[in-house]
Design a protein around this ligand. Structure first.
Ligand code: FE
Ligand code: FE
Ligand code: ZN
Length: 301
């Protein structure tokens, strides 16, 4: 199984990310090229990148399955402020260049939010932007993430995802990232995931699925909230998530945990990533009811 988590990129760029992933016992990972909530980006350090690629090779991490997540504030759906819309397109073009420098092929992107526009127009804007960004590309894949339906988010059901994919001309450069928390919150019952995949295959094609975000959810089915929970501690539950993780049709697809860090029980400003413990639990296929306590005991940083 290709299993990893969100890791940081701030220290030593891709080298820091790789070291962090290895600490968790992961064989893949996902990173943001800077803070997810802003678009300030430092130039890529070539030496760290080369060292990272070497370290990945030594540890059999397939770099073509490592994922970059675009910042979630770039919005391709709304063009009422043309300067902002153009900035978003331009930023993503640069993000594609950064990924090529790093040797990364998969970029996860939130399609965007319609805000004041109707959904049809919003979809048209996203398609226009993606066609612009992907025009001359070939070795990169932008993976549109399925969204929970918070506010005016686009990409909240299969038809919207299909409209987006249909509009993009450069077919080999566009794919989908399924997020289990977002699916649950948008109204897809993960305990029936196999049925969802059947339908997805009929309408879109399973070959379009390039990344899975594996998260439990703090909220009920169809809540449109988008708040992630640790594996087995939310409303989706351990058994349903295990079925997603071990689904044979998705065997070679990287599975990325974006579950919340555990707050220190004494100093609430400190928190610890739960990924090593969650990965162990997933690989053993046995729910660990003391996961939170274990994370606070191990205090991995
Ligand atoms: Fe995301
Ligand atoms: Fe996600
Ligand atoms: Zn989310």
């Amino acid at each position: 199984m290709l299993l990893g988590s969100h890791v940081s990129f701030t220290k030593e760029g891709l080298l820091g990310s790789t070291k962090e992933a290895l600490k968790y016992g992961a064989n893949t990972f996902m990173f943001y090229t800077g803070a997810p909530q802003n678009t300030i980006r430092k130039p890529i350090d070539k030496n760290y990148t080369l060292e990272a690629q070497k370290l990945m090779k030594e540890n059999s991490i397939d770099i073509t399955k490592v994922v970059c997540h675009a910042p979630y504030i770039v919005n391709l759906a709304n063009n009422t402020d043309l300067t902002k819309y153009k900035f978003a397109i331009d930023f993503l073009k640069k993000e594609v260049e950064r990924c090529k420098e790093l040797g990364i092929k998969l970029i996860v992107l939130h399609p965007g939010s319609a805000v004041s526009l109707d959904r049809k127009t919003a979809i048209k804007n996203i398609v226009y932007a993606l066609n612009n960004i992907l025009e001359d590309e070939e070795n990169i894949c932008i993976c549109l993430e399925t969204m929970a339906g918070k506010g005016t988010e686009i990409g909240v059901n299969m038809n919207e995802i299909k409209s987006l994919l249909d509009g993009v001309k450069n077919k080999k450069c566009i794919g989908v990232c399924l997020d289990t928390c977002h699916l649950n919150d948008s109204g897809v019952d993960i305990s029936n995931f196999s049925n969802y995949l059947d339908e997805f295959d009929k309408i879109i094609g399973l070959d379009k699925v390039k990344v899975i975000h594996v998260n439990d959810s703090k909220n009920e089915l169809g809540s449109k909230k988008d708040r992630h929970e640790n594996i087995g501690f939310g409303t989706i539950g351990f058994d349903s998530l295990i079925n997603v993780l071990y689904e044979p049709r998705l065997e070679n697809i990287p599975k990325i945990l974006e579950t919340p860090h555990i707050k220190d029980n004494i100093d609430s400003k400190k928190s610890y990533p739960p990924y090593k413990e969650e990965i162990e639990m997933i690989l053993s296929r046995k729910f660990n009811p003391t996961l939170i306590e274990d994370v606070l005991k191990n205090k991995l940083n």
